[in-house]
Design a protein around this ligand. Structure first.
Ligand SMILES: Cc1cc2nc3c(=O)[nH]c(=O)nc-3n(C[C@H](O)[C@H](O)[C@H](O)COP(=O)(O)O)c2cc1C
Length: 216
């Protein structure tokens, strides 16, 4: 590859990162990304820091009818844990994957090797965020969710996951119905220490959440 970028000024990228927001899954409409766009999104998601070249993640794409099939699995999972679940709740689970046109599960998979487990998990998180940013750059809104079903054994088995796999996120992707509202953000200065001063570390433990701010 000849067109590598490693430190290129981009006011556009910086503005994007300082103003980015998720869009609630229920506000993600069709159209979603097409085949070529999904390919771009997934190759971008795979281009993340990854100690030891372990690629400790894999992707599962849900779209079209696959979303309805997933709804049936969620219904089964719900009824296993709540046999008396009301009809409304059952219907809600069946429709859960219909909230957005495309959903991509990023699965963290621990590979054998020297790279610590924790670092492999972090790389999967980076894949999730790169996946979101790539979809955003193509003009789609995203929502990184786990919700209850990421941790449900019936769902995990139905997806074919094993003990090395952990769902890092289901990334819902679609066309935003409306602009989301801003969400308060922490003041990074209150979470940052400058090594060498005598001041105690700013660990955020006593963070006063009333100090959360809305960015300009
Ligand atoms: C691993 C992970 C799982 C998440 N799961 C959920 C979830 O199940 N439900 C939810 O409302 N938000 C969840 N979020 C938070 C949203 O993705 C999002 O970050 C949050 O709403 C803040 O919005 P922002 O992305 O605009 O900063 C999760 C975030 C992460 C990193």
């Amino acid at each position: 590859m000849t067109n590598l970028i490693a430190g290129k000024k981009s006011a556009e990228l910086l503005e994007y990162l300082t103003h980015r927001r998720s869009v609630a899954a229920k506000d993600l409409n069709a159209p979603g990304p097409d085949d070529a766009q999904i390919k771009t999104i997934l190759s971008t998601a795979s281009r993340v820091p990854d100690h030891g070249k372990m690629f400790p993640w894999h992707f599962i794409v849900f779209r079209g009818e696959a979303r309805t099939k997933m709804g049936a699995i969620l219904k089964e999972a719900l009824l296993k844990k709540e046999p008396e679940a009301p009809l409304e709740k059952i219907a809600q689970e069946q429709a859960r994957f219909l909230r957005a046109p495309v959903i991509i599960a990023v699965v963290s998979r621990i590979r054998p090797g020297k790279t610590p487990r924790w670092e492999q998990i972090l790389s999967a998180g980076a894949a999730c965020q790169n996946l979101c940013l790539a979809a955003n750059a193509l003009g789609f809104g995203t929502n990184w969710l786990t919700e209850w079903y990421a941790y449900n054994d019936h769902v995990r088995a139905a997806l074919g996951l094993d003990s090395r796999d952990q769902i890092a996120g289901f990334i819902y992707i679609g066309t935003p119905e409306k602009m989301p509202e801003e969400r308060p953000r922490p003041d990074a200065a209150l979470l940052t220490s400058w090594w060498g001063s005598d001041a105690p570390l700013n660990r955020g433990d006593n963070y006063d959440k009333t100090e959360l701010t809305l960015p300009d």
